[in-house]
Design a binder for this molecule. Structure first.
Ligand code: ADP
Ligand code: MG
Length: 233
């Protein structure tokens, strides 16, 4: 599903530059549940943003579901992003003045879906994340865990090939984190390919493979005997 080879990325600030990714290689197969781990500042978000086509590498190659991701114009890039990728962020990134339902349905509007189908899909995915009774509530009326569930429903609604989550439990307490990981494990059980960035080892243990980043390179890439989040909840 994902193949990256010798990926490099530097940031330039005035006369200073920071070489963040120094030759990253890895492949992700369809149906994997992978965590990218590393201390703060190790380049996890930089890598995930490149995988999510929110940013571009300086060199190296990236192939997503057989499509080379390089030198795409913004319109094509946006189309691929919509078609291939779903995003989940630490800070949920919901629209505060829109209901849970509208938050989930809105991205579908930009894919040209008719209103009736948008609403049906949004209701389906809100039910899937356990929020059927909350669809008309505003984000401010929801708990942190519920907000992240809305974000998961939104990410799933366009049926992306890959789900990318940057510290999805970073703003949640331990019990709620495990509930969200239980949801993510369930989605992976149904076959979705998922990549999670985290700096928390107990969260990484709930994935099936841990890729460790340090000083711009991968220092370890190993399968884990997945811990089921439900055991903790
Ligand atoms: P992580 O997600 O692992 O905490 P990041 O990928 O966010 O790490 O950042 C890696 C390094 O790159 C950090 O030193 C950070 O300060 C720097 N960095 C990240 N984004 C930018 C940017 N847009 N401009 C300049 N430096 C950046
Ligand atoms: Mg980060």
């Amino acid at each position: 599903m994902i193949q990256i080879k010798d990926l490099h990325k530097s940031y330039h600030m005035g006369s200073n530059s920071l070489h963040v990714l120094k030759g990253i290689n890895f492949d992700v197969k369809e149906g994997e549940l992978v965590s990218i781990m590393g201390s703060s500042g190790s380049g996890k978000s930089t890598l995930l943003n490149i995988l999510g086509m929110l940013d571009e590498a300086d060199s190296g190659s990236y192939v997503l579901d057989g499509v080379p991701i390089k030198n795409l114009n913004e319109k094509i890039a946006a189309q691929y992003r919509n078609k291939f990728l779903g995003f989940i962020f630490q800070s949920f990134n919901l629209i505060n003045y829109k209901s849970a339902l509208d938050n989930v349905a809105m991205p579908l509007f930009y894919q040209g879906m008719k209103r009736k189908e948008r609403v049906e899909r949004a209701e389906h995915y809100l039910e899937k994340v356990g929020l059927a009774d909350w669809s008309h509530h505003l984000p401010s009326e929801l708990s942190g865990g519920q907000k992240q569930r809305v974000a998961v429903a939104r990410a799933l609604a366009s049926d992306p090939k890959v789900l990318l989550a940057d510290e999805p439990t970073g703003a949640l307490d331990s019990v709620t984190s495990h509930e969200v990981m239980d949801l993510i494990q369930g989605i992976n059980d149904e076959g979705k390919t998922i990549l999670i960035v985290t700096h928390e080892n107990d969260i990484a243990q709930m994935t099936k493979r841990i890729v460790q980043l340090k000083d711009g390179v991968i220092i370890d890439d190993s399968p884990v005997k997945q811990v089921r989040a439900k055991e903790y909840v």
